[in-house]
Design a protein around this ligand. Structure first.
Ligand code: ATP
Length: 201
């Protein structure tokens, strides 16, 4: 199972392009795009969970390899990936690959109960414009081929394919400033933002 988790505030072409790259690298695997209701290690989202979920659905609906998921919804308190992974392993007996940008990957060691992660997940790391690091969290080891991530947990594959230089922060800023963001988001997401006057400040 391949999961691409995010705040998706809003989902943008960088996420979609990254998820496609992960799918292709893993032999056409379906990528579960999982919205985090209440992410712990960052500022609270600007858009409501309802809007972030609606935008994710719109961006994924015509895309056969991307599947929007609100699996993390329904638990009280902060969204903790280790708890999500434990819940997923109860219902799936295949190894879980978590796709993640290099910026977020560098914080993995500070995640809640991070020491449990090597036994339940592998990471497919996408390079972003932020600085890269060769370090992997304790208990993980680098693998040379992405397909190895599907064999057992505890692996880290770092992809050096250039990703798109897009971030949700930049999109929110541009919308607030009245700039055009249509090149950075799916057309249906763009319509949803305009219609509901999201990110206007
Ligand atoms: P923000 O700017 O609000 O922090 P973001 O654009 O980083 O948002 P998130 O929803 O926080 O988006 O990111 C979800 C995941 O997608 C993270 O692992 C992040 O590193 C990754 N990601 C975000 N933007 C890109 C991109 N342009 N290319 C590849 N991965 C990305």
């Amino acid at each position: 199972m391949v999961v691409f988790g995010g705040t998706f505030d809003p989902v943008h072409v960088g996420h979609l392009h990254g998820a496609h790259h992960v799918s292709k690298s893993l032999g056409g695997a379906i990528v579960t795009m999982m919205v985090a209701p209440n992410p712990q290690l960052r500022k609270p989202p600007v858009a409501s969970l309802h809007d972030r979920w609606t935008m994710l659905l719109l961006a994924c609906k015509s895309n056969p390899v991307l599947q929007a998921s609100r699996f993390e919804d329904g638990r009280d308190g902060p969204t903790r990936t280790v708890e999500t992974l434990r819940d997923l392993t109860r219902t799936n007996d295949v190894p879980i690959v978590w796709a993640i940008g290099m910026d977020a990957f560098q914080n993995v060691s500070s995640w809640y109960r991070a020491e449990e992660l090597p036994e339940i997940v592998s990471f497919f790391v996408l390079k972003r414009m932020s600085p890269s690091s060769d370090e992997v969290p304790i208990g993980f080891s680098r693998v040379k081929e992405p397909g190895q991530l599907l064999e057992s947990p505890g692996g880290v594959f770092v992809s050096f394919k250039p990703m798109l230089d897009v971030s949700a922060t930049e999109i929110r800023r541009k919308v607030r400033d009245g700039c055009d963001v249509s090149e950075s988001i799916h057309p249906e997401v763009c319509k949803h933002i305009i219609k509901n006057r999201l990110y206007r400040g």
